[in-house]
Design a protein around this ligand. Structure first.
Ligand code: GDP
Ligand code: IMO
Ligand code: MG
Length: 433
């Protein structure tokens, strides 16, 4: 049998595009779902049977018992958060020890990484990133600096020693930042209490197989298994191509599937790009189409735009076509998925950014100077559909102005929209073509 390819699903904006929901919907078509980057800064929401579930580290295929879920080598793990996620799943009747595996090469987020995250944000003051403070930046920094600890190290005799050594290095850095480690709470706990829970989690997660996931994945591909890679964050938060420095610390794009799972570039298949019918962003950084008026507030309220990980208000604005085109280009998107258009069901008019204007010059790509105060957006107005679309189960049931809007986007970005999500539930998903 000739080898299968890995399909990819990722976010094309600043995260929270609805990736978790769509992965859950697509899971029956796959044997394996694999996360390839990011960590518990992610919050992926799934809804079915009237219940809502939020996942942070665990792939969104976990509720399908026949699907294997992989936490790949590119992912970073906070053991305490992982334990809590596992406990919640087990309480809901899932059996993660049967369908979850973790790469030996995934790096560990130490409690002291979380202190460093807080220290760096405090140091940045007004220029802070608005990090989720889950220790993402410091952990990827230590990975690159060749100081990190990995899942596979947990079983080694000298683990505690290496842990202490790295922790002491971190405390040394914290001192130079005059960071008071006794005052800072990590998710409501003192450092010592957090550390104790983190250590206890090592025992708790012993039921989950730790393996060479790159071997597992490539063997699975050769034996004809279908794999979907699930992205976290979004393209505009990518460490290289996002609005640096207001980004996360990993590559969030399709190329990261290769390094984050150990899959060769010629083994990548379809690339599903998920985008909201408008835009949101949590934390600081440029957001050209951001709305500061009632319309922005309406999007936030109707779209329940509050963070799934931190509960923070998400900033809201119109759909940004230059940014979307950029994301499609960087990822090689083959299939677009539009979510949350239903949030605008009552809107008389919907605006879309078609170009930027920078120093009187019109451009239709993302400029390096995105942080420039002189960046203006050129908006185009579209007629709203003024009809509820949340009940639709077939394309034909969708109102004409909405179909028009979909076709307009497809033409503008030159990529087909093959899935339309019309609500948070699994069932509120329409396939096209
Ligand atoms: P993710 O991080 O990309 O998985 O997205 P989040 O879960 O952080 O945020 C998306 C939110 O929108 C969640 O609350 C979902 O339940 C919800 N959602 C997903 N798709 C739709 C949709 O088509 N319509 C509406 N109204 N909500 C949606
Ligand atoms: P999902 O997978 C939205 C944002 C943070 C901050 C910046 C850096 O649910 O789409 P970090 O904690 O990585 O140091 O934060 O990135 N951010 C997200 N925004 N969705 C996410 O994940 C995010 N993960 C990080 O708000 O601005
Ligand atoms: Mg999210």
């Amino acid at each position: 049998m000739h080898s299968m390819k890995v399909d990819v699903l990722l976010g094309l904006q600043w995260g929270d595009e609805g990736k978790g929901k769509i992965v859950d919907v697509l899971t029956p078509k796959y044997d394996i779902i694999a996360r390839f980057q990011g960590g518990p800064n992610a919050g992926h929401t799934l809804e079915f049977n009237g219940q809502k579930h939020v996942l942070h580290t665990i792939p969104s295929g976990i509720f399908h018992p026949k699907t294997i879920n992989i936490i790949g080598n590119g992912v970073i793990i906070d053991l305490k958060i992982l334990q809590e996620e596992l406990e919640k799943l087990i309480a809901k009747g899932a059996k993660p020890s049967k369908n979850l595996v973790i790469s030996k090469k995934s790096h560990l987020i130490l409690p002291s990484h979380r202190l460093l995250d807080a220290a760096y944000e405090t140091y940045k003051g007004k220029a802070k990133i608005g990090s989720t403070l889950k220790g993402i930046g410091p952990t990827y920094t230590d990975k690159t600096a060749r100081l990190g600890l990995r899942m596979g190290d947990l079983n080694m005799k000298n683990f505690k020693e290496r842990y202490q050594q790295l922790k002491e290095l971190h405390f040394g850095i914290l001192k130079t930042y005059s960071f008071d480690t006794t005052k800072h709470k990590i998710d409501g706990l003192s450092f010592e209490d957090y550390e104790q829970k983190w250590m206890q989690a090592i025992d708790f997660i012993k039921d989950i197989p730790i393996l060479d996931s790159e071997q597992f994945i490539n063997t699975s591909l050769r034996s004809g298994k279908k794999i979907l890679a699930e992205g976290a964050q979004g393209t505009l938060l990518d460490i290289d191509f996002g609005s640096y420095p207001f980004v996360t610390s990993s590559n969030t794009i399709s190329a990261a599937v290769c390094t984050g799972l150990g899959v060769a570039p010629n083994k990548i298949g379809k690339v599903y790009g998920v985008f909201k019918a408008y835009c949101t962003r949590v934390g600081s950084g440029p957001f050209p189409t951001e709305l500061f008026d009632n319309t922005g507030e309406e999007l936030r309220q109707k779209g329940h735009e509050f963070g799934a990980t931190t509960g923070r208000k998400r900033r809201c604005g119109w759909l940004d076509l230059p940014a979307l085109k950029y994301a499609i280009m960087i990822n090689g998107v083959t299939d677009l998925i539009i979510t949350k258009a239903d949030v605008m069901d009552d809107f008389d008019e919907i605006e879309v950014c078609t170009q930027y204007k920078i120093n009187e010059t019109k451009i239709d790509y993302m400029p390096y100077e995105i942080l420039d105060d002189n960046l203006e957006v050129i908006l185009e107005t579209h007629q709203g559909w003024k009809q509820t679309i949340t009940e639709a189960i077939r394309i034909k049931q969708l109102p004409f102005p909405f179909i028009n809007y979909i076709q307009y986007i497809e033409k503008a970005v030159d990529c087909p929209i093959t899935i339309v999500s019309v609500g948070p539930d699994r069932k509120q998903t329409i396939f096209r073509h």
